[in-house]
Ligand binder design. Sequence first.
Ligand code: IPM
Ligand code: MG
Length: 372
Amino acid sequence: MKKIKIAVLPGDGIGPEVTWQAIKALDAVGDRFGHYFEYCFADVGAIAIDKTGSPLPDLTLEACMNADAVLFGAIGDPKYDNDPNAKVRPEQGLLALRKGLGLYANIRPVTTYSNLLHLSPLKENKVKDVDLVIYRELTGGIYFGEKGRAADDSSAFDTCLYKRDEIERISHLAFQHARQRRNKVTLVDKANVLENSRLWRHVVTELHTKEYSDVELDYMFVDNAAMQLIQWPKQFDVVLTGNMFGDILSDEASVIAGSMGLLPSASIGLHTSMFEPIHGSYPQAAGSDIANPMAAILSAAMLLDSLELFEEAKVIREAVTDLLEKGIGTPELSPRITYGTTQIGDTIAHMIAEPDFVIKEDQVNEGTSTII
Ligand code: IPM
Ligand code: MG
């Protein structure tokens, strides 16, 4: 029996409703395996600005620091996106959280499900069996370098600075993860142009020679990597890259699977680790019970992995896969049987808590079904 303290930051838009389904999945894991999850809810993003004026109130950061893990929903609101002069923005909350928790590695696995290949914009033979993971550096580079703008708006600059130790710590994680997978790391950079990329190559090569020579290491320029991800994504195992390239490539890679609603992520570093679906706040869908909660639920599985509760995590993943294989999902998947956000969450929770649970399809009325 484990007591696990989780800081829950539901955030904006569909964030609260998908996060709620992830909590149900965790509680079901608790029932089945005898763990106790204690949740501490806190605000971040637009909702936090509305309530306190700050996108990351001190109390929220404190709650995260005091927890074993952070479960994050989504942030963002059109009222800020459409206002270029807004002084505070929800996104600042996320960046401050990353910095505050020292979350230097963002880990985004991209896998595909055999019966959803047709949803991918790529041809089925290219996406079948894709299994890659992106290690994106998350607290350095151009996102956090010195920046400035001339008073007369005639120029502006952003600096991309990387220190050796920032490169080393994420590279260790990437190499170690590769050893548990297909043993290959691809370092993505722009070393033909940028000095900081040349430092990445130098440091990663050195680390490879010293400690990880059993892992295959190759290098790819980011422009080529953007193309290769579309042309033959199966060639990638672990992709290691800096903050900005990782931001762009991870969004590109996310469409391979066919739905953003299926992909989880983890951010780990110096303090508490954080787990979040890769999709955004999707404000148009908020409150409509149509958002896919699977990415949030799979993020809860990554959370359990990080606490070394591997069997528990596996049970969550199996429930999601099982549901997808039965052709059950939220509307964007155009499934055989359409469920709403809450129904998916309830069903997955049942499947986790009761191993013998059977979905009675004959009792399922498309769109409005209840499952038991
Ligand atoms: C992401 C997002 C963020 C980023 C934004 C919301 C600041 O795009 O998590 O990838 O650019 O890192
Ligand atoms: Mg992004």
